[in-house]
Design a protein around this ligand. Structure first.
Ligand code: AMP
Length: 386
């Protein structure tokens, strides 16, 4: 499959078994991939698809969006516009999504007309913090202790059970720390509940024990229609104000911790029966325990380094998986640090262009706003000798 290229380490790959020779069809180059969502993840997926000869049809809200700027075809409509959704589904050979909160009913409607990868059932688990943690626990994979919370009164019961410090989050629609409130021994719980924004629209809240982690890591794993899975190495993620600031590849963790994280990723992608990508965010404690925080069945910000430092980057892997192509080689050619360009950071673009170690990626967003991801830079380091 990879000619003379070095093979990835064995623990990173899990070949399909005979019983897994599923009936996935191969979509040849020239076919059309539908992408729900118009952000930077869709843009970079569309660019990787174009490199392999595919066309992309982006379903989003406006022509300004990053993915719409680079796509062969676009639909600008709401996710509950059933006529637009049906026409989109009829025009594509396969559909995927770059944005987590596409309504499940919309995904199921599309899946009735064309394959959707990862499947709507996977999205349903990942969109809900209670079900993603519960699913991990059902496979024997550890998470922070957690409780469902439905009211301010209920929060008191949950705090009594979990203790403090803890973190209150919305069950749904939370990202980049939105809808998160730290709960300490002296926190006014009625105010904390109100501040979190948890309510019927978010299907309530979740109280999690605060994890005193030594670092945050993630693993991105790809799985094809034939069940073959391949993981990128674990990387360390550093956040500022809950937004990813830097990803360091590889993570500076013990080999056995890396193997545990990789094993968790493979078990989750197989357990969820994902075709496509799964990103798993994890905490590593000072004792070396690995706890799953979140899963995302799509390309992930912490995988952007793979575009320039791996033999096949995450966006290419996604295209390969959903089109029934053989998986690419996820091994890294060199170490890398990915730096997000957030808000005004983007003004440094000329500096990065003059740095021979830097690979600049800009998302084409017209308006710079504080906290907005405008692009990223991959700083390439020493070659990987393995
Ligand atoms: P999340 O939206 O769950 O990805 O959380 C955003 C960030 O908040 C994480 O990357 C952590 O830095 C922090 N965080 C979330 N949950 C916890 C937790 N249970 N314990 C400690 N830190 C957390």
């Amino acid at each position: 499959m990879r000619g003379a290229l070095p093979r990835p380490m064995l623990w990173q790959m899990r070949p399909a078994t005979t019983s897994e020779q599923m009936s996935g069809r191969t979509l040849p180059p020239g076919a059309t991939i539908g992408i729900l969502g118009g952000g930077q993840l869709g843009r970079m997926t569309a660019l990787a698809a174009a490199n392999l000869g595919y066309r992309c049809h982006i379903y989003c809200q406006s022509a300004d969006e990053p993915a719409a700027q680079v796509a062969a075809q676009t639909t600008f409509a709401a996710f509950d516009d059933t006529d637009a959704i049906d026409a989109f589904a009829a025009s594509v050979d396969v559909a995927t999504l770059e944005f987590e909160n596409v309504p499940i009913t919309t995904l199921e409607r599309i899946a009735g007309l064309t394959p959707v990868y990862p499947a709507p059932a996977v999205q349903a688990v990942a969109q809900n913090r209670l079900s993603e943690k519960g699913f991990a626990n059902s496979l024997g994979i550890a998470t922070a202790p957690f409780r469902a919370v439905t009211s301010a009164e209920d929060l008191k019961r949950a705090v009594a059970e979990i203790g403090t410090p803890s973190v209150l989050k919305t069950v749904r629609m939370g990202y980049d720390g939105k809808g998160q409130v730290a709960v300490k021994a002296d926190t006014d719980l009625t105010a904390a509940w109100a501040e979190s924004g948890a309510g019927p629209a978010t299907e309530g809240g979740i109280l999690e024990g605060f994890v005193d982690f030594s670092c945050e890591i993630s693993v991105i794993v790809a799985r094809g229609t034939n069940g073959e899975a391949a993981a990128f190495i674990p990387v360390e993620n550093r956040h500022t104000h809950h937004i990813l600031d830097e990803t360091i590849a590889p993570a500076d963790i013990k080999p056995e911790t890396a193997a545990t994280a990789n094993d968790i990723a493979i078990r989750l992608i197989e357990g969820l029966d994902v075709v496509g990508l799964l990103a798993i965010e994890m905490f590593v404690t000072s004792d070396g325990d690995v706890l799953v925080n979140e899963v995302a069945p799509r390309p992930h910000n912490s995988g952007h380094w793979t575009m320039d430092a791996c033999r096949s980057g995450q966006f290419e892997q996604l295209v390969r998986t959903i089109c029934g192509l053989p998986l690419g080689d996820p091994s890294r050619r060199c170490d890398a640090v990915m730096k997000n360009l957030i808000g005004d950071d983007v003004d440094d673009w000329p500096k990065h262009l003059n740095d021979p170690t830097a690979k600049l990626h800009l998302y084409g967003k017209a308006e710079t706003r504080p906290g907005r991801k405008m692009g990223h830079v991959n700083f390439l380091g020493k070659p990987n000798e393995n």
